[in-house]
Structure formats: structure tokens, C-alpha cells
Design a protein around this ligand. Structure first.
Ligand SMILES: Nc1ncnc2c1ncn2[C@@H]1O[C@H](COP(=O)(O)OP(=O)(O)O[C@H]2O[C@H](CO)[C@@H](O)[C@H](O)[C@H]2O)[C@@H](O)[C@H]1O
Length: 480
């Protein structure tokens, strides 16, 4: 089977968050099931060097304001289709934001162009390769089925995957014409969303099947609290919606071979973790202490619930814990964590920024990772944490609820099947309680903690099962 992915990020080429990790990993996992995936992504400036070695597949004289081409490139084990449209993508900054930290003002055109090209490749294929299904990811690719709908020509079925429903690509209805959308499509069954255009709404309303990244998030999305305005539509399409848990790239994230760690280690020999811990302490200016070394690796946003963690710092440090924070995002949270670094000097250390190497060091050197999200479609850092024996302390929501087994009395008594700690989301007191439980277990029951580390490291976090589940959805879409 041939599958076209359309997405705005793909690791290791361009990454601002978990979407990139998934787009970079699923095609490799699907290969084992005889599925050939090609990934259509914009040729941002960082990807330009790859164009030279590529083959031209398709050309547009004018794609939303300028000429464009689709170039096929093989790199890092992936088959990429790079949408080279310099007027839209060749600029400094992130895929979504300029160097001033603001959204690019033409993001609607930029991602409409991606979807338009996705619809073309989806319908007509590229030299020698024709997709059987199209899997679009998040709002940036949401318009693909809307553009396919504009022609009567046969097209492959579309599967829309929701990585985060908080981002919906909502634009003024006056953009309809510049986005090459038809007035007849501007209906509540199509792309219209409360009087505006929503790229994600289009992807959800017009796709053949919908997936999201964990079973619990799939259920949560049907409720007003989590559905963020799309819950009614999703309830109506419940029969077409499934939750497929994210996995991780087991080669890129392996403590036994990770070249970014000062010392490698495994469940059999955990010694290297202490060397890594010392490196984390040095890098974040932390003193040694009796309690666990917690870390945070995150976008600093409302979603991630890290404002709740700020409230818990007296409790965390009072229990002998220490905290290393790596993150970037909301300026007020960045300032608050920098201030915490000086208020709790030696016990809390903050580095503001996005640093892939440092994220590996933190997973390799910390005792536990904190993920107190208000909502979390799946989450990947808890999966990296499991693989690295860095016990996740997570809010019981979305994929966090599906992947971490809480060290409650029942789990500890039943021969201990726990791999981490859970707490109800959105409540600092309950987060503080989970942190307290982790500190007590670490200090008073080191053997139980070590057992949990080994169990966490053995927990299956690869893509095998989930890749088969994606294949099942593709087959279901094909058979209608
Ligand atoms: N400052 C920093 N420096 C280095 N690395 C950093 C970093 N901040 C974050 N990262 C990395 O970015 C990724 C974050 O992925 P997550 O899945 O945890 O959340 P995100 O909200 O981005 O993804 C959304 O999409 C994914 C994919 O489906 C869902 O798992 C998730 O729930 C959903 O919110 C991880 O690889 C993490 O290590």
C-alpha cells in the first residue's frame, strides 16, 4: 500500500514539537507492514540543502503567489516530497513564527498551499508512485479534502489525524477567494466554523476517517471540555474516529546507544545514569540532594500545566527534590521559571531554549520527569522517560493516562506493576501530592524505585502495535 503523509513538520529535519517526531517515525514503522509512505512537507530554509540532490516531480507556475515545485528526496530513511515554494517557506524563523515570535501573517496561504499541493499529489501521484490513501496531520494539512472535493475526478480516501485540537487554523471568511475555496464549500458541513474558515474543521468534516493519538484523548474529544468546539462534529463522526497511541523511535531514543549521553546505560546496568545525573546537576547549577532529580522538557504553554508546578516548588524542594527545567514558550512562564531558579538557587535550575541534545541529557540523567498537562493528546516525553528509566509523574489525561501505571497502593501491593505516578489534572494540590509520593518512595524505598525503573524501561513504547492499527484504519478507509 502507498500512503501520502501531508504535514508541516518532520524530525529530524524540522521540529517544534511532538508532531515532528511522529511524522519522522511512523513511515519507518509502516515499512515493516509493506506500506510505502511519502511525506509531503514544505521546503523551509533548513531543508533547502536537500533540494539539490532531489528529483523534480511536479511544478506549479503559480501556487498562492509564486512558482513552486515538488521535489522528491530520500534522507534519513524517509521518502520526502519537498514543496519548494520560496515565496512562502524560504525565510528565517520557525515554521509558524517569524523572528519576532509572531505568527507569519500569511500562514493561511502558506498552509493552504501545502494542502493544495497535497491534493494534487494525492490525486495524480508523482512519477511512478500513486498513493492509495492520504493521511493529513493537524490543521496545517486540513484543507486537503476540501481541495479534492472541488473536482469530480477520483481521489484516494483521506484520513485526518488530530495531534492537538487546540490548534484549528481559523481565518476570516473574507479569505475564501484568496485561499481558492468555493462559496459552496462554506457550509457547516464543510469548512465553515462559527462564521469563519477553519482548516481543521475541513479536515474533520470532509475526511473519510479520523484518528487521534491516544484512546483516552479520542474519548475526551467527544466532550465539550476537551473538544474545543469540535466535540459536536466529532460526536457525529464517532464511528469514524479512533485513538491510536503514539510510539517513539527506538533507535533515536535508546539509553544503551545514545551518543548524546556522557554515559550509556541499560536496565541491566544502571550505573551510567549517575554520571549523567552529575552532568545535569552541573549544567543546571544544582546541588546534590537526598530526593529525586525531577526534570521538565516542554513547550511552556497553558496546555502543559507548568504554572501549577510553580505553585508546588516549595513542597518539591522541601521534600529534598530538585528540578531542572528546559523549555521555551509563553514569556511570563519563561520569566517565572528563571525567577524560580534564583529563588530556589541550587534546587531549581532553568534553561530557556529549545535544545535536542540537552533533552536527551535530561532524560538520561534525571530520576523523574514531570508532565502536569491540563490536556495531553498523547505526549512523548513520558514515553522517552519510560525508556530511560526516568519515572514519569503525569496528569491523568489523554495519552498520559494510557501509558503510565500509577504507583498506588494496589499496584505496589500486587507485586508492583507501577511505572510512574499519576495525579488528577489541573490541580496544584494533587500535583504536589504526586510529587510528595515520588519523593517518599525515592528516599524511603530505593529498591522499589529501582524496580520501577527497570519495569519502565521494559515497557513497550515502540510503534509496532500502533503501526498495525494505522494500517487497519487505512484498509477500512479503502473499503469504505
Ligand atoms: N525545550 C525543548 N528542547 C528540546 N526538546 C523539546 C523542548 N520542548 C519540547 N521538546 C520535545 O518536543 C517534543 C514534544 O512532544 P509532545 O508529544 O510531548 O508534545 P507536543 O505538545 O509538542 O505535541 C503534540 O503532538 C504530539 C504528537 O502526536 C502529541 O504527543 C502531544 O500530546 C501533542 O500535544 C518531544 O520530543 C520533546 O522532547
Amino acid at each position: 500500500m502507498n500512503v501520502l503523509f501531508v504535514a508541516s513538520e518532520c524530525a529530524p529535519f524540522v521540529k517544534t514539537g511532538g508532531l515532528a517526531d511522529v511524522i519522522g517515525a511512523v513511515p519507518k514503522a509502516l515499512k515493516a507492514h509493506d506500506v510505502s509512505v511519502r511525506v509531503l512537507i514544505p521546503a523551509y530554509t533548513a531543508l533547502k540543502p536537500h533540494l539539490k540532490a532531489g528529483k523534480k516531480m511536479l511544478a506549479f507556475d503559480a501556487l498562492f503567489g509564486g512558482p513552486a515545485q515538488v521535489i522528491a528526496v530520500q534522507a534519513e530513511g524517509l521518502d520526502l516530497l519537498l514543496l519548494d515554494a520560496p515565496h512562502l517557506y524560504d525565510r528565517p524563523g520557525s515554521p509558524y513564527l517569524g523572528t519576532d515570535g509572531q505568527d507569519w501573517p500569511d500562514n493561511d496561504l502558506r498552509f493552504a498551499a501545502l494542502a493544495f499541493a497535497g491534493a494534487q499529489v494525492g490525486r495524480n501521484g508523482v512519477k511512478g508512485w500513486q498513493p492509495d490513501v492520504i493521511n493529513v496531520h493537524d490543521w496545517q494539512a486540513g484543507l486537503v479534502p476540501a481541495y479534492l472535493q472541488q473536482s469530480d475526478a477520483a481521489a484516494p480516501p483521506v484520513i485526518t489525524t488530530i495531534h492537538n485540537i487546540a490548534f484549528q487554523g481559523v481565518y476570516d471568511a473574507s479569505h475564501l477567494e484568496t485561499l481558492h475555496l468555493k462559496k459552496t464549500q462554506f457550509t457547516s458541513e464543510g469548512i465553515e466554523y462559527w462564521g469563519h474558515i477553519s482548516f481543521l474543521k475541513a479536515g474533520l468534516a470532509l475526511a473519510d476517517k479520523i484518528t487521534t493519538v491516544s484512546p483516552t484523548y479520542a474519548a475526551e474529544l467527544l466532550t465539550p471540555d476537551f473538544g474545543m468546539g469540535m466535540d459536536g462534529l466529532l460526536r457525529a463522526r464517532q464511528g469514524d474516529l479512533s485513538g491510536i497511541l503514539n510510539g517513539i523511535d527506538l533507535d533515536a531514543w535508546n539509553p544503551a546507544t545514545d551518543t548524546r549521553l556522557p554515559a550509556v546505560y541499560s536496565a541491566r546496568s544502571l550505573k551510567g545514569k549517575a554520571t549523567n545525573k552529575a552532568a545535569v546537576e552541573k549544567r543546571f547549577g544544582l546541588k546534590t540532594g537526598p530526593g529525586p532529580l525531577f526534570c521538565v522538557i516542554s513547550r511552556l504553554t497553558e496546555q502543559k500545566g507548568l504554572d501549577l508546578l510553580l505553585e508546588c516548588l516549595p513542597h518539591l524542594t522541601g521534600a529534598g527534590g530538585r528540578l531542572a527545567v528546559l523549555g521555551t514558550g509563553d514569556p511570563s512562564l519563561e520569566r517565572a521559571f528563571m525567577k524560580a531558579g534564583s529563588d530556589f538557587s541550587g534546587a531549581v535550575g532553568t534553561i530557556i531554549g529549545y535544545d535536542e541534545d540537552l533533552s536527551h541529557l535530561l532524560q538520561g540523567g534525571s530520576d523523574a520527569i514531570l508532565i502536569p498537562s491540563r490536556f495531553e493528546p498523547c505526549g512523548l516525553t513520558q514515553l522517552y522517560g519510560l525508556r530511560y528509566g526516568t519515572l514519569p509523574v503525569v496528569a491523568r489525561t489523554g495519552g498520559l493516562a494510557d501509558t503510565v501505571i500509577d504507583a498506588n497502593e494496589a499496584a505496589l501491593t500486587a507485586g508492583n506493576c507501577a511505572t510512574g505516578f499519576q495525579h488528577p489534572p489541573g490541580d496544584a494540590t494533587m500535583l504536589g501530592h504526586a510529587i510528595g509520593r515520588a519523593c517518599t518512595l525515592f528516599r524511603q524505598h530505593p529498591k522499589t524505585w529501582a524496580g520501577m525503573m527497570r519495569r519502565a524501561m521494559a515497557h513497550p513504547v515502540g510503534w509496532d502495535t500502533s503501526a498495525a492499527a494505522y494500517l487497519g484504519v487505512y484498509r477500512a478507509a479503502l473499503t469504505g
